[in-house]
Ligand binder design. Structure first.
Ligand code: GUN
Ligand code: FE
Length: 461
């Protein structure tokens, strides 16, 4: 068989996290990638099936390892230019003062063509291989976003953002235009990339959030999502100011119930933040199979609240929870958000102790250590859990036979000295699992020396 660029054999260490607390380290294995998918993983070379014997072999160094690519479930593509700035005022003011004007600029396709490739470069460089993206309200710019994703080879779920009320004049849409453009975008994506579960770009129905969507728009978007059986993304239960606004618009009602009534809440729905979810809402999301996207950086900055992951695991064991950066409400990378998820977990339990809230303290103390978000669990959230949120468990997020090969080659043996290629110092006697842990906790993009999506190199040599 002729070797295709997406067919090769890796020989070295694979690390993944099939469950929150299982770090699976397979040292020295042979991983056959055939036409972008994992065809075989075996311990010794002579177990490699005959038909793969002629493929090129990529041999990893002792300090290198291959890990699943990161899955970022929540990104605002048109906010990328303001990343790292303007996070100094509450959410609703931030939207009005900075964010809607920044997004309105994407009425210009040339602005989209300038910004979006830079975002995609930033994502791939930092190890994100699957991105769930809000575009702007504009159809043309969102098509550019989708095309740039496909051209760069990043796996993407892309939505044209919808907002027909409570949005500045220069950015608001009519209900009819919003629905029409959404349906056109969904059809265009399906026609272009097939719409299958492993299509490189898939469309997402994207009501911005309850406050900027009329009931008619929500209902129409629910109909489109059902007609095309596609993903839905939005924000829910984010912050005190958002919650208060929903109360004025829909007295006595809350986000999750409103999405459900519009036909938007199902197992293809990913809802960002969910920091202020009531338990009945978490139960509803668990029941229908919707995903909570914890965005730890942004949640701390804007929501001043967190997603209580360990408690949800105890009380709602089947609730899907993944991780997102919320660029640019959050200014961290996926690595930053993994670390913040770890710290946030500890702070949540401190807070219960500090307040002397006896019931909570007892709960916190009664939690088995296995519920704690540690480096393994944080990586699981960024990979396998994200894949589950996208209905792609077994296809992404872990290394299994039959999975797509979306992966990162980490090199933790780079010179850590002055001007060196990595952030942490090495002593030379670390095992590969320890090096991986150091990458999760203290490494950065310099350790990500190659990135594959569908077996294709999309970053690095
Ligand atoms: N709610 C509605 N729009 C946004 C947004 O752009 N970012 C965040 N964090 N929350 C939102
Ligand atoms: Fe957001």
């Amino acid at each position: 068989m002729a070797a295709r660029p997406t067919s090769f054999v890796l020989n070295g260490t694979l690390i993944d996290t099939p469950t929150p607390h299982a770090l699976r380290v397979r040292e020295g294995v042979f991983c056959v990638v055939d036409d972008g998918a994992i065809a075989q993983i075996c311990a010794v070379e002579n177990e490699v099936a005959e038909r793969y014997r002629g493929l090129p072999v990529v041999k990893l160094a002792e300090t290198q390892m291959v890990v699943p690519g990161l899955i970022d479930l929540h990104i605002h593509a048109p906010q990328f230019k303001q990343l790292g700035t303007k996070t100094d005022i509450p959410l609703m003011e931030w939207l009005q003062k900075y964010t809607y004007p920044a997004e309105a600029a994407f009425a210009s396709p040339s602005h989209a063509s300038l910004v979006y490739p830079k975002l995609i470069t930033h994502l791939l460089k930092n190890g994100t291989t699957t991105a769930v993206l809000f575009g702007s309200n504009h159809l043309a710019a969102t098509k550019i976003l989708a095309e740039e994703c496909a051209a760069a080879g990043i796996r993407a779920l892309v939505g044209k953002t919808c907002a027909d009320i409570l949005t500045p004049d220069e950015y608001v849409e009519t209900t009819a235009d919003s629905l029409r453009a959404t349906e056109e975008f969904v059809e265009w994506c399906i026609k272009k990339w097939g719409g299958g579960v492993d299509a490189i770009v898939r469309p997402v129905v994207t009501p911005r959030f309850i406050p900027t969507c009329s009931s008619e728009l929500l209902k129409g978007l629910g109909d489109i999502a059902q007609k095309y059986n596609c993903f839905v993304q939005s924000h829910a239960a984010e912050s005190v100011d958002e919650e208060a606004l929903v109360q004025t618009q829909h007295p006595g009602r809350r986000d999750v119930a409103i999405f459900r009534e519009a036909g938007l809440l199902g197992d293809k729905c990913v809802l960002a933040h969910c920091c202020r979810l009531r338990d009945v809402e978490a139960a509803t999301m668990q029941e229908v199979g919707a995903t909570v996207v914890s965005c730890p950086f942004s949640n701390i900055l804007f929501a001043r609240a967190t997603v209580p992951i360990p408690r949800y695991n105890r009380d709602f064991p089947n609730l899907k929870i993944g991780l997102g950066t919320d660029i640019a409400g959050g200014f961290g990378t996926m690595l930053d958000n993994m670390r913040t998820a770890i710290l946030q977990d500890r702070v949540d339990s401190f807070a219960a102790v500090d307040r002397g809230a006896s019931a909570e303290v007892e709960t916190a103390e009664a939690e088995p250590a296995t519920w704690t978000v540690d480096f393994k669990y944080a990586f699981h959230l960024a990979t396998a859990a994200g894949a589950r949120g996208l209905g792609m468990q077994g296809l992404l997020g872990t290394f299994e036979e039959g999975a797509r090969f979306d992966a990162l080659l980490l090199d933790c043996g780079l010179d850590g000295g002055e001007g060196g290629g990595q952030r942490f110092t090495r002593f030379g006697d670390e095992g590969v699992a320890e090096l991986f842990e150091k990458w999760v906790t203290t490494g950065d993009d310099r350790n990500v020396v190659r990135v594959w999506v569908d077996g294709k190199v999309v970053k690095g040599g």
